[in-house]
Design a protein around this ligand. Structure first.
Ligand code: CA
Length: 223
C-alpha cells in the first residue's frame, strides 16, 4: 500500500511517515502546497493523509485536484481544532474521514486501516482470487489454504496484481508502486523481473497456477 503524508510541520510529518513505514506501507511525504499538488498529479496513492493549512496554498485545493485525477484514492484530513468549515468542505469534496489535531498515532493508524479496508478492499476482510487468499491487514498470503512466505516486495507485488487484475501493468508502474518515485526507475526493471519470477515460483511450488502473463513490449498482466 502506498501512502502520501501532506503535512508542513516537520516533526509531525516525520513521525507519521516513520510510523507508517514501520507498519509496512510505502510512504512518501510532501511539506507544502506545491509539492503536494505535484505529487498527487504525477503519482498514484492508495491513501493521502492531508493537512489543510499548508504553506503556499490550501489543502482543500489539493483535495479538489486529487479527486479530479484519482477519485479512487482514499483521503483522511488532518484539521486544526475549531475548523468545522474545513471538515465539512473536505467531506463535501470527497474526503473519507478526518482527524482533529492533536491526535494519537494509533488512532490515525486505526482510521487509515479502516479507510483502506473500505476503499481498496471494498469492505471484505480478505482478498481472494481462485486458490490464493490474502489477508491485507495482517500481510498474510495463502495458496490452497496453506501459508506461503513472501518477502515484503513480493507481497506488495501480488496485492498490486490482484487488485488490478486484467489490466496491463508496465514495468515502470510496477517499479513506482514498489519503490516510490525516489528511485531511478530504469535501474529497477531487472528487480521487477526477479521479484515477479520469485513470486511466480512460490505460488506454483504451493500448487497454485501461474496467473502472471507477460505482455510483450508492454509489461505484465494478472489474468
Ligand atoms: Ca499545517
Amino acid at each position: 500500500m502506498k501512502i502520501l503524508i501532506i503535512e508542513d510541520e516537520p516533526a509531525l510529518r516525520e513521525t507519521i511517515a516513520g510510523y507508517f513505514l514501520k507498519e509496512g506501507f510505502i510512504c512518501e511525504a510532501a511539506e507544502d502546497f506545491h509539492v503536494a499538488l505535484e505529487k498527487v498529479t504525477l503519482y498514484e496513492y492508495d491513501l493521502v493523509v492531508l493537512d489543510i493549512s499548508l504553506p503556499g496554498g490550501n489543502g482543500l485545493e489539493v483535495l479538489r485536484q486529487l479527486k479530479k485525477i484519482h477519485p479512487e484514492t482514499g483521503v483522511l484530513i488532518l484539521s486544526a481544532k475549531n475548523s468545522l468549515d474545513d471538515k465539512i468542505m473536505g467531506l463535501d469534496l470527497g474526503a473519507d474521514d478526518y482527524l482533529t489535531k492533536p491526535f494519537h498515532l494509533p488512532e490515525l493508524n486505526a482510521r487509515v486501516k479502516a479507510l483502506l479496508r473500505r476503499r481498496v478492499f471494498k469492505g471484505s476482510p480478505n482478498v481472494v482470487f481462485e486458490e490464493i487468499e490474502i489477508d491485507p491487514m495482517n500481510n498474510v498470503m495463502q495458496v490452497h489454504a496453506k501459508p506461503v512466505e513472501l518477502t515484503k516486495k513480493e507481497y506488495d507485488l501480488l496485492l498490486y496484481f490482484i487488485t488490478n487484475k486484467n489490466r496491463v501493468l508496465t514495468k515502470a508502474a510496477i517499479a513506482e508502486h514498489l519503490w516510490g518515485d525516489y528511485m531511478d526507475l530504469a535501474d529497477n526493471f531487472d528487480l521487477v523481473y526477479s521479484h515477479i519470477k520469485n513470486l511466480r515460483k512460490k505460488i506454483m511450488q504451493h500448487g497454485g497456477n501461474d496467473y502472471i502473463k507477460t505482455v510483450y513490449g508492454m509489461g505484465y498482466k494478472w489474468v
